[in-house]
Design a protein around this ligand. Sequence first.
Ligand SMILES: Nc1ncnc2c1ncn2[C@@H]1O[C@H](COP(=O)(O)OP(=O)(O)OP(=O)(O)O)[C@@H](O)[C@H]1O
Ligand SMILES: [Mg+2]
Length: 399
Amino acid sequence: MNDPFEGMTNQLFEDKHVLEEDYAPETILEREDEINAYRNALKDVLFGRNPSNIFIYGKTGVGKTAVTRYMMKALQKQVDSRDETDDLYVLFHNCNNDSAYGTLRAFINTLRDDSEPNFPKKGLSTGDALEAFYTTLDERGGTFLLVLDEIDHLAKVNSLLYELPRARSNGNLTHARIGVIGISNNYRFRDSLSPKVKGTLMEKELSFSPYDANELRTILMHRAEKAFVDDAYTQSAISLCAAKAAQDTGSARQALDLLSTGGDLAEDRNDEVVTDDHIHSAETRVQRGRVRNKIRDQTPHAQLILEAVARLESSDETPVRSKSIQSTYERVAAHWGTDPLSSLRSVQDHLSELEMLGFLSRTERNDGRAGGAYYEYELAMDADAVFTAREEIAAEQEP
Ligand SMILES: Nc1ncnc2c1ncn2[C@@H]1O[C@H](COP(=O)(O)OP(=O)(O)OP(=O)(O)O)[C@@H](O)[C@H]1O
Ligand SMILES: [Mg+2]
């Protein structure tokens, strides 16, 4: 073969990026009620009042981040066009794997001029970071909206969420106003907060429900028009993506993934039109990717415990009690060169969490007076999918 790339043309996609995760849609479809509620929750910013704190929740892929970005952009534009309104600064932070300190540090460094030194990575306390943050805010003055996306991932969240909304009333801020916007897809997160924090953060709550097939079809059609060249997909393929995603999770991300992966498969096969066939084949691939992402989101120990249950499952030893899981987990941890958590209690906590997230299923057993009540666990997914995902994640992390 002379030139392996000769004759290759881009015949299917007009602009593939439109289907990707980091694409910011210029229009948000099928979220009128949520946008309306959001607008009301934010309107104080336009009138020089203290902004409300807002909590956004809903399952993964239902538009929480996309709608928030869209609203922030619109609000910024509106504020900029009104002379009488205080300056607005929107600070966006994804809290995945971050601490309160890291979050504050990121905010401070975004606000500081290039001439000022960066806030140090180490060596100071969260209290120091908070103080530096307030100083920076007050120097600037104006309204600051702090968007904490995936807030349930933030370590030691209570004190930060207690402090920030009270900064003005506690006299830590005079020229600046703060509003906190927390976003989460973890329903248990709210229960984990202290009552006082819950009271302030959840001043305004907005819940995003899963999309149905019709809504997903509208969203997909709009994107497909931009992403593909004319006549490169059938309406039926779009409807199939919408139907599959609606039936499974109601996530727009999943629907978009199906369509984009279907497009990839069609392209690989040199087909000129994306059809139902491609979408059916895309499903397995997307499913695998989703499992991997979901596992990657777990802490290292949660992943090892999940892997331990998967091992027990593949050697037909499930349902199994937490004590036996613990010893398998210790071996798995040794295999990966990690020190295991030592208490049974912490293993059990991870098991409950993994059950809540749908990785495991559990049954309560009762041995009567002798044994008392206990749980037995099983894997709620394919064991091979867990092994594959774990290997892929480990490969990603290799330097
Ligand atoms: N109403 C909508 N109109 C257009 N695109 C949408 C809409 N809702 C979601 N999307 C798209 O679907 C994808 C997933 O949405 P988004 O990232 O906002 O989900 P999320 O609710 O933040 O999920 P997670 O909890 O996993 O962070 C994004 O690519 C987004 O652009
Ligand atoms: Mg999000």
